[in-house]
Write a protein that binds this ligand. Sequence first.
Ligand SMILES: C[S@@+](CC[C@H](N)C(=O)[O-])C[C@H]1O[C@@H](n2cnc3c(N)ncnc32)[C@H](O)[C@@H]1O
Length: 278
Amino acid sequence: MTETDESGIDLSSRGSFKIADAQTQDTAMLAMVLDLMAQRPAVRTLRAWALEQLAPLAGETAVDVGSGTGEDVVALAELVGPQGHAIGVEPSPGLRAEAHQRAEAAQGVEFVDGDVGALPFAGESVDVIRCERVLQHVADAAGAVREMARVLRPGGRIVLIDTDWATAIVHPADPAVLQKMVDYFLADSANPYSGRRLRGQLAAAGLEITGETAATWIEAQEGARQGFVSMMQLTALKAGVITPTEAETFARDLADAADRGAFHLSLTMYAVSARKPA
Ligand SMILES: C[S@@+](CC[C@H](N)C(=O)[O-])C[C@H]1O[C@@H](n2cnc3c(N)ncnc32)[C@H](O)[C@@H]1O
């Protein structure tokens, strides 16, 4: 069941990062979600690890694919300096505009339209690539990794970061209701188990693996009443996957648990670094 508003816009597309929904998404809401995620220690840990592995040098060309609000492009620009290029590839016009605005004061930052499956760069022209939490939205993720390998110059470095949704734990909840919600959520996702596939995709693209790590995001007790939990519950309810009574019980069980300090929600993200043989 798809819910539409009075103009016929699919409401589910407003909270979507899919390229197909780029024209109808609610940019302000997505930017808020990305800002919240960016504060999580697990995300900060993996971003710092990625920068260490990539070690961008002054004068190099560094690209962030699926750059969202542009925070990581600004970080790359600081390292490649005025002689280098820091470029964010972002297919969403709204997020691109938001990133432009936020990076106004930064030097040498550029945001361009593009798809990870067909990057707007010549072969072997990029020194450094990062791509974070993008491939889970891409049906042909292996093809996308081959495309990133194509544009990387020999000796160039790449880091991929992504979630594996099989690692999500929500407690306490009725297992049958939770399973219905998770099944719906995963069926709607192009590549929900992206995290475990990153290493193999880089190796299959002819790149040498240089490192791998993981970080688990653990939600605070307040999260039982907001954020990911609310989004999961509302989406499943709107889609008719769970009944209003099941939705209410799910929310109440988690909120009651949080009041006792017993709520648990966690999710693991993986990062893999590689280089193109010289
Ligand atoms: C969850 S957000 C992550 C944004 C950013 N990398 C970060 O970590 O904050 C996913 C991003 O991938 C972009 N995206 C979705 N499909 C894409 C595609 N086919 N090619 C490039 N970017 C894509 C979305 O527009 C969005 O900016």
